[in-house]
Design a protein around this ligand. Structure first.
Ligand code: C2E
Ligand code: CA
Ligand code: CA
Length: 435
């Protein structure tokens, strides 16, 4: 029988193989769990935390700059993280891709540490090139009863909650996270039947053309009533985007609106045609045949396509490497009008407007709310005019806002100042009661 000599060097490399991440020289997941357990089991009173850190859209970074650059980014991140919190760290590991985990023991303010990490990781320099990245940080304070896997799971839960949320820098786990997950799970169980039971209803919010004071258009918004209880879109739309149910729901809403258009056109007395805006989630764009399916509905219901405007959120432009300009072009070629929704909330710049062949720009409510952003609104409107794009101000609630927007030359306004979203009959009445 052959005998293997195990010397110390081989032993070390075997250990490395199991517990080390070769790219960064940090520990890996197994290492984190093994060493983490030891620290947690001591059950001493000093506060301990787990941080999970990764960056938004690392996959896109790899696709865009190449995997070699991606590896360099990971290395830089590991060095940076180590520099920021090296003296507090009990364990720093890389799990896979761009996911780092830290076990910290500290009496310092944890939010200050989180902010420091976020700020320091926003820009990474690789061979004189500067990259802007967006870290996602989930934090959990380890409890005395926790084992390492439970603690990790909770830090990951906090982390997952803020993926795609560019307004939040970090998230500390709290119990409501857990409640949210249970709630999400409940919603997922009932969503399919909700369509069959016709629990999703549509409301229409008028858009007013400032020059003529006419209701030239309206936006269809979904409402969910289950057994008389109202569930807000902010609860289910993000979830349906995550689990892709939005594709089914959007199509359903689109079809219902097309059917409603017939009724509305029969019952309202206005002499001019009104346009209908319908929201369409970016999740559709991953499927090539979505345009055909929408066209099919248009044909079935006999709706003139040129009165339909599809509202696409600005964040779609930075989504999974899709070519938004091309998708918009295809939709336009079929005859749809296109609005860019929630403008100003994402990362895209005004220069993007030159690349996208859109008809309308919807300035997000957050700008309309604040008078301090006056000069930005003015600039957006001016630039849109140059590009022949119509502007709509969203969430207009006050007379002063209307006056200001009129002065700036904004084309349309939508908001509670004029009307809340109305159900089909209310909308018809609203239209018929206008002079
Ligand atoms: P959105 O497209 O930006 O829609 C405008 C939201 O602002 C609506 O909220 C509307 O009710 C609300 N709003 C309008 N005027 C005012 C105002 O003066 N003040 C205030 N405070 N709010 C105002 P809602 O209906 O809760 O919808 C939230 C979001 O859900 C929508 O934002 C849209 O992104 C999404 N959504 C709604 N229906 C659909 C749908 O059928 N498909 C898809 N994909 N998303 C939808
Ligand atoms: Ca919208
Ligand atoms: Ca909007």
């Amino acid at each position: 029988m052959k005998k293997y000599k195990i010397n110390l060097k081989n032993k070390l490399s075997l250990y490395d193989l199991i517990y080390k991440d070769t790219l960064t020289n940090l520990g890996n997941y197994k290492y984190f769990c093994k060493e983490g357990s030891k620290i947690i089991e001591k059950k001493d009173k000093s506060p301990k935390y787990i941080f999970i850190i990764d960056i938004e859209k690392f996959r896109t970074f790899n696709q865009y700059y190449g995997h070699e650059e991606g590896k360099k980014l990971i290395k830089q991140l590991s060095i940076k993280i180590n520099n920021i919190i090296g003296n507090l760290v009990k364990i720093l590991s890389r799990f896979n891709n761009d996911v780092f985990a830290i076990l910290l023991e500290t009496n310092e303010n944890i939010e200050t540490i989180a902010k420091k990490i976020f700020k320091n990781l926003r820009q990474v320099e690789i061979e004189n090139k500067l990259y802007n990245i967006y870290p996602i940080i989930g934090i959990y304070k380890i409890g005395l009863k926790d084992d390492i896997l439970t603690a990790l799971d909770k830090a990951l839960t906090a982390h997952d909650e803020i993926i795609g949320d560019y307004n939040t820098k970090y998230k500390i786990y709290d119990k409501t996270n857990e409640d949210n997950i249970i709630e999400e799970h409940k919603i997922e169980e009932i969503m399919e039947s909700a369509i069959q039971n016709q629990e999703f209803k549509i409301v229409y919010q008028p858009k007013i053309e400032l020059k003529t004071n006419k209701v030239s258009s309206c936006e269809a918004l979904v409402r969910w009533y289950r057994n008389g209880i109202y569930i807000s879109p902010s609860k289910f739309i993000p979830l349906f985007e995550k689990n892709r149910f939005i594709i089914k729901l959007d199509k359903y809403i689109f079809k219902q609106v097309c059917k409603d258009i017939k009724i509305i056109n029969e019952k309202i007395k206005t002499t001019y045609t009104i346009n209908f805006s319908i929201n369409i989630s970016k999740e559709h764009f991953a499927y090539e045949n979505f345009i055909e399916e929408y066209i099919k509905i248009i044909k079935q219901t006999n709706v003139p396509i040129n009165i339909i405007e599809l509202e696409i959120t600005e964040s779609a432009s930075e989504y999974k490497g899709i070519n938004l300009a091309k998708i918009i072009e295809n939709l336009k070629n079929k005859g749809f009008k296109i609005a860019l929704d929630d403008f100003g909330t994402g990362y895209s710049s005004l220069s993007m407007l030159q690349e996208l062949n859109i008809d309308t720009l919807k300035i997000d409510k957050s700008f309309i709310d604040k008078l301090e952003t006056n000069s930005i609104i003015k600039y957006i409107i001016e630039m849109s005019k140059d590009l022949n794009i119509k502007t709509v101000a969203e969430g207009v609630e006050k007379k002063e806002q209307v006056e200001f927007l009129k002065k700036m030359g904004c084309d349309m306004v939508q908001g509670y100042y004029y009307a809340k979203p109305l159900n089909l009959n209310e909308f018809i009445n609203y239209m018929n009661n206008l002079q």
